[in-house]
Design a binder for this molecule. Structure first.
Ligand code: XMP
Length: 310
């Protein structure tokens, strides 16, 4: 594939589709939405409004970090605080699909519809990639960013059209194009992080307290595994508890699962053979998180498992 031409074609296509109108896009800081932001910015300049939606489910310090990276590239990004909306939409939900739907619905029809209306944007630029579409169409999972492919007419449902410049690429292609488009390595090589964010890494209800725990575990896993060069590594909070001992007392504590996988496109994955030393160190740090007394390493490849837990 001629990636230079891909960039030119997508910029031309965005220009043509949006015409004289305005567009908006949501940036998460992942390589997909970052590339869309750069392509959109090149096509539309100030007619593109880029927002970072703080859903309360992002990694620690993520909003400010992402805004800074883009400010350094001359692209302004606005932070929109939607923490309350997401948390209240997720309260009480435990079913994975219901949680995903709550995130999608809050994101598109509540937070985004309002922003689009306010900004007068007629189009939303979105970082959907080919793998998202294939898995959703195959019924494996409803990726939160797939709308038209499952028969949702965004124009009628939410009042705006969606442009998906990356829908013919897989993750490896996105990274190549992102590099070529001049994105910093920190973004190009960023491990994937799902749209529904830490909600996919909490089995059971998403609450501020449980987000705090999985967020703390995520920081540890990302620090410890950054040097592996693995495709993706993450921490998951299970809904079960296990008995342990704290200060000579029995504690019915939380369980964190660590996952570290090798893959090129996320369609299939194998598990990284980490050293005992590394695994022990991660375990030692994870069980220092308050309330957590077990740390497990997941050995399951994809398939039969998926990468995330919901
Ligand atoms: P699974 O768990 O389906 O994940 O094996 C495959 C890859 O996709 C990411 N992922 C998502 N990305 N929206 C996204 O943008 C989603 O709803 C979503 N669910 C999973 C996951 O992190 C992995 O890299």
């Amino acid at each position: 594939m001629d990636y230079e031409k891909f960039i030119e074609d997508q910029i031309a296509c965005i220009k043509q589709t949006v015409g004289g109108e305005k567009a908006i896009n949501a940036l998460s800081g992942g390589v997909d939405s970052s590339l869309v932001t750069v392509l959109g910015h090149r096509a539309l300049g100030e007619r593109l409004r880029t927002v970072f939606v703080d859903s309360a489910m992002m990694r620690k310090d993520e909003p400010e970090g992402v805004v800074k990276i883009f400010a350094d590239m001359g692209i302004p990004v606005e932070i929109v605080d939607a923490r309350e909306q997401f948390l209240s939409a997720l309260a009480g939900l435990t079913d994975p699909e219901e949680k995903r739907n709550a995130v999608t619905d809050t994101f598109y029809s509540k937070v985004f519809a309002k922003l689009v209306k306010e900004s007068g944007a007629k189009f939303l630029l979105h970082g959907t990639i080919l793998t998202d579409i294939e898995e959703t169409v195959a019924g494996i999972k409803r990726q939160h960013n797939i709308l038209s492919q499952v028969g949702i007419d965004t124009e009628a449902a939410y009042g705006y059209g969606v442009i998906e410049p990356l829908k013919t690429l897989r993750k490896d292609g996105v990274r190549r194009v992102a590099k070529l488009a001049g994105l910093p390595d920190e973004i190009v090589n960023r491990i994937p992080f799902p749209g529904p964010a830490l909600a996919t890494r909490i089995v059971g209800e998403v609450t501020p307290e449980r987000l705090e725990i999985v967020g703390a575990a995520t920081v540890i896993v990302e620090e410890e595994l950054a040097d592996t060069g693995a495709f993706q590594y993450l921490a998951v909070l299970l809904n079960d508890r296990a008995t342990g001992i704290r200060g000579n007392k029995r504690q019915f504590g939380r369980i964190i699962v660590v996952r570290c996988i090798e893959s090129t496109d996320a369609r299939t994955a194998t598990v990284t053979q980490l050293s005992w030393k590394k695994l022990n160190r991660i375990c030692e740090r994870i069980v220092q998180i308050e309330g957590v007394n077990r740390c497990l390493y997941d050995l399951t490849p994809k398939p039969p498992a998926t990468i995330e837990y919901i």
